[in-house]
Every structure is written in C-alpha cells, then in structure tokens.
Design a protein around this ligand. Structure first.
Ligand code: ARG
Length: 274
C-alpha cells in the first residue's frame, strides 16, 4: 500500500508555549482524549476518501509534531524523483521535529535537500503549496518563512514561484488564509495579505471565495480538498461550507477544536505525499 498522507500520533500533543495568537490562553488546556478522537476522525476521513495514511510515532517534548505539514516540503524533481526539502522552524521549540519527519522521508527512499548553507526560516507546507497541475509553487512569508527560503525552494524544484506577504499574525501561515481547490479556485482571507499580494492572487486565481472573518479565525481556510471533489473542513463554518458546495464540492465537516487551540486544523495535521 502506498501511503499518500503522513500524520503523527497525537499522544504528546498539547499547548506548551505560545508562538501564534491562537495559542494564547490555552497553555496546558488541551483535552488529550478528545484530541485523539478528533485526530482519528481526520485520519479516517482521508482513508475513506482513498488516501492511505502513514503515522509517525509520537515524541515526548514535541507537542507540535502532529502538525506534519510543517517540517518538510515534498515534491517531485523534474526527473520524477521524490524529494523532500528540510524545514527550518522559526520557533526553536519546534526545530527538533524536523529530523523526526526527515528520517521518515529518508527511510522510504526520498531524497532530502537543505535550502541553503545557512538555515533560512521555512515551515514547509504551512507556507508553501504546489499549484495543482502546474510546476508552480505558491509561497507565503511575513511571520514564519523568509522570502529567500521560498526563492531557494522554487529553484530546487525548478518551479515558478508566486510569493505573497502575510500581514496579520492571526493568519501566520499561508495555509491559514489561502486554500487552493485547484489551479483556478481558492478560498481566501483577504485581510491577511498586503495589497500587492492580494492583487497578485486576484490576477492568478480567477475564482477567489471569501471566508468570513469569524470562520477564518476557526481556520476554515485550513480545510483541505485532497482530490478536488471533497473539502474537509472544521465544523461550525457554515458560510464557507455553503460557498464550497456552490462550487460543486462535497463538504465533509470534522471537529478539530483541540488543535485550533494550537492554531492548526485539517490542512496542517497532515502532509500530502507526491
Ligand atoms: N502550534 C503550531 C505553530 O504555531 C501550529 C502549526 C499549524 N500548522 C500550520 N501549517 N498552520 O507552529
């Protein structure tokens, strides 16, 4: 069975430090049993849609390891080889997660790359995503990843880069305020971007679907469509859900409330493999 999605067991998931505004007030406040139930539901949802999930063992002291979107950026090199670029987490607390995930990639024969000799802050698919069907990467900087890291990433994969700047700390990762449904359509939180970036996104993606602020704070934009037909999203985001249904997708609601306390939801709880 070829795994298509990577998750990490939530055994040690908690909020132990505050590195984004969502975490404030939640230190020590995670219900671990509820978190495991919610995590299992997300995993089962991907499996039911036909995406087998590999699971990394939990590591004590690494509460954010569960956000497997962040420690690496996978893709295929122009010659078709599977590759993963190593992240360099902005927060020192999260840096030890990276080796755990990169060891997993290496064990399955994936080539591993560093972006530069001196580490540039880069948080994997939190801030960079492949535009479906194109040799193009959409990258966000402003809070976690550095612009130079995005440039180096695109060079490594010989891909075009669309780089945008994030300006609101509540949407500190690109995957909290922009979610691609396909090469033409995306969900967006417009207030998260500076004006030139917003104009660039409007030129690039003909259909931009607005996520209202209250739902954006529940990370509706961190929902995910693994196949262009289904959209997995935090429950209690009815406006977003209706707008996605209007585009012809089936909406699958899951509750990730414990992970929202850490600033993460569906998209960042997993890594899609090429
Ligand atoms: N607590 C984590 C952090 O702030 C959450 C990461 C969520 N990941 C994401 N791709 N948005 O780093």
């Amino acid at each position: 069975m070829e795994h298509r999605v990577l998750m990490a067991d939530p055994n040690y998931f908690d909020v132990e430090y505050v590195i984004n505004p969502h975490m404030a007030g939640h230190v020590g406040g995670v219900d671990r049993d509820l978190a495991r139930a919610q995590w299992s539901q997300v995993k089962a949802t991907y499996e039911d849609l036909g995406f087998p999930v590999a699971v990394i063992d939990p590591v004590p002291g690494l509460p954010d390891l569960v956000f497997t979107a962040n420690q690496s950026f996978p893709g295929r090199l122009p010659d078709g080889r599977a590759a993963a670029v190593r992240s360099h987490m902005h927060a020192p607390q999260r840096r030890p997660e990276v080796d755990v995930v990169l060891e997993w990639h290496a064990a399955r024969g994936t080539s591993i790359f560093d972006l530069a000799d001196e580490p540039l802050a880069f948080e994997g698919m939190g801030d960079a995503m492949w535009v479906p069907g194109r040799r193009q990467i959409l990258g966000g900087h402003g809070f976690r990843s550095e612009p130079g890291a995005l440039t180096a990433l695109a060079q490594r994969f010989e891909a075009d880069l669309i780089a945008v700047r994030l300006i609101d700390p509540r949407w500190y990762h690109l995957d909290t305020c922009l979610q691609l449904l396909d090469a033409e359509r995306a969900l967006i939180v417009r207030e998260a971007f500076d004006a030139p970036s917003l104009a660039l996104l409007e030129r690039t993606f003909p259909t931009l679907v607005d996520v209202p602020t209250d739902e954006a704070l529940r990370l509706a934009c961190n929902g995910h469509s693994p196949d262009g037909r289904h959209f997995i999203v935090q429950s209690g985001c009815p406006v977003t859900a209706d707008r996605v249904r209007d585009l012809g997708l089936d909406v699958i609601e899951v509750d990730t409330s414990e992970f929202l306390k850490s600033g993460g939801s569906v998209f960042c709880m997993k890594l899609m493999l090429p």
